[in-house]
Design a protein around this ligand. Structure first.
Ligand code: NAP
Length: 281
């Protein structure tokens, strides 16, 4: 079994990015900048944003974290987004999800300058991505594609199953696999024949947010499993949506949790920030 080591690959890619950032700085005395807006006290968001800010620091990307209390008005966040849209030192803007219920994700994302939308959530980026044009692509599925490429996992002509259809992970993942030549099936909470779909798939991506959801289903011998889930158990242990131990001897390749998709997501965020920066030079 091949362990798809996202930690190792992200370190390799980020070290290459650091070199590019430094070389560019030597020539121009400018660096990319990422702004992260965090609203409220969600402890997981605090950890994720901390990791993103640290990664920026390590690579030489300027970063700012903008904090708002849970009760902040939509108007106030929109004013900040517009300020960052105009700020020449900022090339990427990210609003850490989830946001409080009284705020509209759609309204906030639509106000963002699409050229700075490093999460790929603006409708313009979504539309371009759907059409197969150059766009900023959501970080998690983009990171997964880079991981599959690094380990030379064949996609063309394969049968792929994506479990989960969120706009952040499942849906863009299914589109990327489709664009890469796989025949894709998307499963969700209304799917009736999941067992059968699992048995048929060459590549299975699980992104639903339920600890060890994939554990009893039969899979094809030699299938590739990508586990996107990050679930913290009451014991504090971090587990994915897939029972790694159960499948490690059946799958031909599998991602661990932690150390699989998570680090690739952060890596793609920084690479998207670099892409946005270069597009404005
Ligand atoms: P989400 O928005 O809650 O979407 C969950 C999806 O799973 C929905 O499409 C839902 O179907 C589907 N689903 C729920 N129960 C199901 C079931 N029993 N059978 C089949 N499908 C089911 O979640 P998300 O934002 O995509 O995140 C999914 C997981 O990935 C979470 O654990 C999250 O923490 C993790 N995540 C990890 C990274 C990373 O970098 N590793 C990044 C983002 C997210 P319906 O559409 O029918 O409701």
């Amino acid at each position: 079994m091949l362990l798809l080591d996202g930690k190792k690959l992200s370190e390799k890619r980020l070290s290459a990015l650091k070199k590019e950032v430094e070389e560019h700085y030597e020539k121009t005395k400018t660096r990319p900048g990422l702004a992260v807006i965090r609203i409220g006290d969600n402890p997981a968001s605090k950890v994720y944003v901390g990791k993103k800010v640290k990664a920026c620091h390590d690579v030489g990307i300027h970063s700012v974290e903008v904090l708002f209390p849970e009760s902040v008005s939509e108007e106030k966040v929109l004013t900040e987004v517009e300020k960052l849209n105009r700020d020449p030192a900022i090339n990427g803007i990210l609003i850490q999800l989830p946001i409080p219920k009284h705020l509209s994700e759609k309204v906030l994302m639509e106000r963002m300058n699409p050229k700075k939308d490093v999460d790929g959530f603006h409708p313009l980026n979504r539309g371009k991505f759907l059409a197969g044009d150059d766009a900023l692509i959501p970080c998690t599925p983009l990171g997964i594609m880079n991981l599959l490429k690094e380990y030379k996992i064949e996609i063309k002509g394969k049968s792929a199953l994506v479990i989960g259809r969120s706009l952040i992970v499942g849906r863009p993942m299914s589109l990327l696999l489709d664009q890469a030549g796989a025949t894709v099936t998307v499963a969700h909470s209304q799917t009736k024949n999941l067992e059968e779909l699992c048995e048929r798939a060459d590549i299975i991506v699980v992104a639903i947010g339920k600890p060890h959801f994939l554990s009893s289903q039969k899979i094809k011998a030699g299938a590739v499993i990508i586990d996107v889930g990050i679930n913290r158990l009451e014991s504090g242990k971090l587990v994915g949506d897939v029972d790694f131990e159960k499948y490690k001897s059946i799958a031909s390749a599998i991602t661990p949790v932690p150390g699989g998709v998570g680090p690739m997501t952060i890596c793609s965020l920084l690479e998207n920030t670099w892409k946005s920066f270069l597009n404005t030079q």
